[in-house]
Write a protein that binds this ligand. Structure first.
Ligand SMILES: Nc1ncnc2c1ncn2[C@@H]1O[C@H](COP(=O)(O)OP(=O)(O)OP(=O)(O)O)[C@@H](O)[C@H]1O
Length: 258
């Protein structure tokens, strides 16, 4: 499977990092059934920073959970590289998440009893691996945490905690990093810093990043914005700006469940 995405630097991306193909996910049954995903098809090219946006309830979190192997789907296919996640059982998906996926959550989700340094290397520790010292030093430098490594999460600001979470998401060089509203709990300055790290992880390190956000200012840091409406893909923007995102959002059909 190949795709071509033209960005501002006219880079060509041949590889697909992840893909949802006609994915359906329904919660509940009968009259109370909610079609969280209703035939969503979304492609994430490798090495790009993609934002996923859409109205509340449009299926953003459900799509992210499906792409990350956190949840199963009812129909359609979900691919991580060449791996079809719909073929995998729970144990295999857990293994794949540990090895190939990094996460950044709105609520940071650091382990309170561990230092910043221990939190950063946790994905490797859980997988029974050791950090490459040069890579670790580069990451710590990138997120500006060199003088905070022995601190525990309660001794760090929200922005610092999220920088720890970004370093943790990148440490195992995953195939893809999923960030779920990563700036939702941060003031704008700390949020800008986190977005800058995600941006440079894609630009400088070739890391594939997928970020779910409600914030057009945050999404404007991405190479591309994919829009969802009513559980389906509803267009995309390349080289987005805050203004172009707001215009696109205003045009989304949100009437289905109204
Ligand atoms: N576990 C669940 N059980 C029942 N319904 C669910 C469940 N998870 C999500 N839904 C429903 O599925 C639909 C899509 O939810 P989802 O969280 O994916 O949307 P979203 O776009 O991420 O929303 P938001 O922007 O508000 O976070 C919503 O109508 C939601 O209420």
């Amino acid at each position: 499977m190949t795709t071509t995405l033209t960005t501002s630097t006219t880079r060509l991306h041949a590889a697909v990092a992840a893909q949802a193909q006609d994915v359906v996910k329904t919660y509940g049954r009968g009259e109370t059934a909610v079609h969280a995903l209703d035939g969503a098809t979304v492609t994430i090219p490798a090495g790009t920073f993609t934002a996923v946006m859409g109205p509340s309830g449009s299926g953003k979190s459900t799509l992210m959970h499906a792409l990350a192997g956190l949840d199963t789907v009812d129909a359609g296919r979900v691919l991580l590289g060449d791996t079809d996640l719909t073929d995998l059982d729970e144990e295999a998906r857990t293994h794949l998440r540990r090895r190939r996926i990094g996460f950044v959550f709105q609520a940071f989700n650091l382990v309170p009893s561990l230092t910043a340094a221990e939190n950063i290397v946790l994905p490797l520790t859980l997988a029974g691996d050791k950090a490459d010292p040069l890579w670790l030093a580069e990451l710590v430098e990138m997120v500006g945490l060199a003088d905070r490594l022995t601190h525990r999460p309660t001794e760090l600001s929200g922005g610092q905690q999220q920088r720890v979470a970004v370093a943790r998401a990148l440490v195992a060089r995953p195939d893809i990093v999923f960030a779920d509203e990563p700036t939702g709990n941060l003031d704008s300055r700390a949020g800008e810093a986190v977005l800058g790290f995600l941006r440079s992880a894609a630009t400088d390190l070739g890391q594939t990043i997928v970020m779910v956000t409600h914030d057009p200012v945050a999404a404007a840091h991405a190479d591309r914005v994919v829009f969802l409406a009513d559980g389906r893909d509803a267009g995309e923007l390349t080289d987005p700006t805050t203004a172009s995102i707001l215009t696109a959002m205003a045009g989304l059909d949100t009437t289905k469940d109204a």
